[in-house]
Design a protein around this ligand. Structure first.
Ligand code: NAP
Ligand code: 3JM
Length: 340
């Protein structure tokens, strides 16, 4: 880590991701000169702890970024759309967690284990995008396979935790579960259907092609990160009654043949990955093991016997950590060390 200390702002500091962002900055000992916490007017008056100090939450405005070097945003798409350019205009580099800027050709979309070189493109707009949580955990283990033998097609189904929708959704799963177990009426505000004891094949809005926006994020972001529009990607994204960590069933067709055994040894030596694959002893990736830590767990790695070059795997990661906050702080670390 460079000795140069940064003036940092966290926009959306009071949210589920923002809260984790603060923990990650602290845990990773990010080189901080000054730290600002920004949120909506509603949160003014609150204070949040950082390394033993209480820091007041300020209202996010166009003038929040004067003298700030790096601003990490997780305050929703429309907030990023409006305020990231204000921050960039004041010379600050934005690391944005929303989908607002991800597909902008002048905005790099970064997973540090996969395409750190693309961070250099931050000079175009002053904004770097953090991919969607489901994309991040999928591309981390696919990268070494892509480099070794190419990937023709990816078929993914996700099992996504409610924390990906934010604080209100965490409360909704808790409240509905408690109500059901007590034979009481339950309320639903966040999702269109009950999430307790249910699975909803619906994340984000439906689009004209019948897919959801979340599914198309996985398709488009994966191609952008690999800089390869020839990869076929199809996704079904499902919300499940789990609090933390997304699970994914991923089937790939590679260009050249690779065996499941070779995939295991490739992944055992790849950054950010923990191979968790000993089925005889009931060892495979679980949301309960992934939650609260930063590795992407990969297991159930096996040959797809229905085609010549197919591999199946089960990938699990903490959606709020590697899927959002940790990835953003890793990007900020590279920025601070190499570019600012
Ligand atoms: P959350 O728990 O609902 O928190 C939302 C945060 O945004 C709060 O700090 C809130 O402040 C702030 N905010 C909302 N409207 C604002 C406004 N007009 N001006 C300033 N601040 C405002 O949601 P979350 O789960 O932390 O997610 C936040 C965002 O991060 C999402 O909307 C999404 O874009 C992004 N995200 C990305 C990923 C990923 O995969 N990379 C995963 C999850 C979320 P108050 O407390 O004052 O309301
Ligand atoms: C994850 O403002 C919003 O509607 C935010 C919606 C949202 C997003 C998004 O599209 O930015 C909630 C949770 C994401 C995401 O990472 O894509």
């Amino acid at each position: 880590m460079s000795e140069k200390k940064m003036n940092v702002a966290v926009a959306g500091a009071t949210g589920a991701v923002g809260n984790q962002m603060i923990t990650c900055l602290e845990e990773r000992n990010f080189p901080i000169k000054s730290l600002k916490f920004l949120a909506s007017k509603r949160s003014v008056g609150r204070e949040l702890r950082f390394k033993g100090d209480m820091i007041p939450v300020e209202e996010l405005t166009e003038d929040s970024f004067k003298g700030v070097d790096i601003a990490i945003f997780s305050a929703g798409g429309s907030t990023s759309e409006k305020f990231a350019p204000c921050a960039a205009k004041d010379g600050c580099v934005v690391v944005d967690n929303s989908s607002a800027w991800r597909m902008d050709p002048d905005v790099p979309l970064i997973v540090p284990e996969v395409n750190p070189h693309a961070i250099a493109g931050h000079t175009k707009k002053g904004i770097i995008a953090n991919p969607n949580c489901s994309t991040i955990q999928m591309v981390v283990p696919l990268k070494p396979i892509y480099d070794k033998c190419g990937i023709r097609r990816i078929v993914v189904s996700t099992y996504q935790a409610v924390s990906g929708t934010g604080k209100k959704a965490i409360d909704e799963l808790f409240d509905q579960t408690r109500a059901m177990l007590n034979f009481l009426d339950y309320k639903k505000n966040v999702y269109p259907h009950r999430i307790a004891f249910n699975c909803l094949p619906h994340i984000d809005k439906f689009l004209d092609n019948g897919y959801t926006k979340e599914e198309m994020k996985m398709v488009n972001e994966t191609r952008k990160i690999f800089e390869d529009d020839s990869i076929g990607v199809t996704a079904t994204t499902v919300r499940v009654p789990v609090f933390y960590a997304h699970s994914e069933s991923v089937n790939i067709e590679t260009k050249e043949h690779i065996s499941a055994k070779e995939v295991i040894s490739l992944l055992e030596n790849a950054p950010g990955i923990k191979v968790t694959d000993d089925p005889e002893n009931n060892v495979y990736p679980l949301a309960t093991d992934a939650a609260g830590q930063d590795m992407t767990l990969v297991g159930r790695i096996r040959d797809d016997e229905s085609i010549p070059n197919g591999i199946n795997m089960w990938i699990v990661a903490d959606n709020i950590r590697k899927g959002a906050a940790t990835n953003a702080v890793q990007i900020a670390e590279i920025l601070a060390k190499k570019y600012l």
